[in-house]
Design a protein around this ligand. Structure first.
Ligand code: NAI
Length: 257
């Protein structure tokens, strides 16, 4: 069987990804700041991805070989842009870089981005700078430097993640080892952070998104796409972003293009 590391395993899309992957025969190792419910399969490592020391601490507790890393953990932005950049982008990237040597040839990394990142072309210059910063920077200093507001933190972190996904797909660290790097971008999904998005971006914005596609998504709508990108069936998919949003990205693009 395959061994998958899933971050954000304690809730929502991460927990559901563990259930789907385990049902397909995978061994699961989960990472989260809090313990998952007993219904979620696999071993568990408690770690905070906003801590620059987390990646090495997680790596030290892992099996020697992994088939895939699912970077699902993320926060909405209500904790502030500095924390949001640390969890949703720099912590995720640090973990991916630390674990690349463990992932077998033909293995995969799947990054959960967001519809909120689809517009990265609109913030490309700012995002290019943020992705160009190597290592695990002082995110509070970056937030000041780039004048990021509380509302900017989430979309900019996801824009950075989508840009990095495309770059990483061609980096020697990943491509040179035969590791594919892809993203899944959900639309609004009724997990615990859904209410925080409503508070952060306003009910009208979220309601407009839902009206375009008929209903919000659920964790079971998203998890199979993550599992597929981890699988050998996705062997020729690299550097891609797969919107899993009921058609929301297409609807938004169609109205601006
Ligand atoms: P969730 O809140 O149910 O799950 C997120 C998990 O990440 C939680 O278990 C949380 O404890 C964990 N986490 C938070 N900070 C962490 C840290 N510093 N270190 C380790 N783990 C941490 O939310 P959901 O919806 O399952 O989110 C999963 C991913 O999907 C996130 O990256 C989110 O941005 C993304 N997403 C969610 C959407 C939604 O509407 N729910 C829409 C688009 C993307």
């Amino acid at each position: 069987g395959k061994t998958l590391l899933i971050t954000g395993i304690a809730s929502g899309i991460g927990a559901q990804t563990a259930l789907v992957a385990a049902s397909l025969g995978a061994e699961i190792v989960g990472v989260d700041v809090k313990a998952p419910p007993a219904t979620v399969p696999g071993a568990f490592i408690e770690a905070d991805l906003s801590d620059p020391a987390a990646a090495a601490a997680i790596a030290a507790r892992l099996p020697a070989r992994l088939d895939a890393l699912c970077n699902v953990a993320g926060i909405s932005g209500v904790a502030g842009a500095a924390k949001t950049l640390a969890v949703n982008f720099y912590g995720l990237r640090a973990l991916s870089e630390a674990l690349a040597p463990r992932i077998r040839e033909g293995g995969a990394i799947v990054n959960v981005a967001s519809i909120a990142g689809y517009g990265w072309r609109a913030n490309l210059e700012r995002t290019k700078h943020l992705v160009g910063v190597q290592g695990f920077p002082d995110t509070a200093a970056l937030v000041r430097e780039f004048a990021l507001t509380e509302q900017d933190g989430y979309p900019v972190s996801k824009e950075a993640l989508l840009l990095w996904t495309q770059r990483a797909a061609h980096q020697p660290l990943f491509r040179g080892r035969g590791i594919r790097v892809n993203a899944v971008s959900p639309g609004p999904v009724t997990t615990p952070i859904y209410g925080e998005f409503r508070a952060l971006f306003g009910d009208a914005r979220v309601d407009d998104d839902i009206t375009r596609v008929g209903r919000p998504g659920t964790a079971p709508d998203i998890a199979p796409a993550i599992a597929f990108l981890c699988s050998d069936g996705a062997r020729w998919i690299n550097g891609a972003n797969v919107p899993v949003d009921g058609g929301l990205e297409a609807s938004v693009n169609a109205s601006v293009l």
